[in-house]
Design a protein around this ligand. Structure first.
Ligand SMILES: Cc1cc2nc3c(=O)[nH]c(=O)nc-3n(C[C@H](O)[C@H](O)[C@H](O)COP(=O)(O)O)c2cc1C
Length: 141
């Protein structure tokens, strides 16, 4: 049976002019909005690509995703998985950021597995979700 939490996972290409301070600005506005709307999730930025997982009530997730699709700081969005789950994976984070989230001893292996999965043509949703589960498991904060 499907659970009550709407979960959406997408990947996109960052605009070439994007800087680290843009990412901080994205995180700041994302965290503010998401905490007001009970949206949680994880944002990853690797090699010019974003990977983002949203979790929450359907209306909040859909509204947030819709808004983000119009954001000029990225494009070529591909939805990798959209499903309903029993429990949030990132319940403690209004929007976790991969680089800040995981403990340094776990980071190298997690990012190398994730880089491979993000580059793969098949974008295997089960592989990517299982890596994200490891990110949640190895969270340091
Ligand atoms: C990769 C990426 C991820 C984002 N994630 C979120 C998010 O989780 N929640 C959110 O409210 N806005 C997020 N944003 C920002 C929105 O696109 C938007 O700029 C922001 O919500 C402010 O909306 P407004 O410009 O319509 O006021 C993200 C933007 C980008 C490029």
């Amino acid at each position: 049976m499907l659970g009550p939490i709407h979960q959406l996972l997408y990947m996109s290409k960052a605009s070439p002019s994007l800087t680290q301070s843009d990412i901080q600005a994205i995180l700041a506005s994302a965290r503010k909005f998401n905490s007001d709307h009970a949206v949680t999730g994880l944002l990853i930025f690797r090699d010019g690509r974003f990977l983002q997982l949203f979790e929450g009530r359907t209306e909040a997730v859909k509204e947030t995703y819709e808004r983000i699709t119009h954001d000029k700081r990225h494009g070529q969005i591909i939805v990798i998985q959209e499903t309903f789950v029993e429990r949030r994976l990132f319940a403690r984070w209004s929007m976790a950021y991969g680089e800040e989230l995981v403990a340094p001893d776990a980071a190298a292996k997690l990012f190398s597995n994730l880089d491979r999965a993000m580059r793969s043509e098949t974008l295997d949703q089960q592989v990517i979700m299982s890596i994200l589960e490891h990110f949640a498991k190895h969270a340091q904060s």
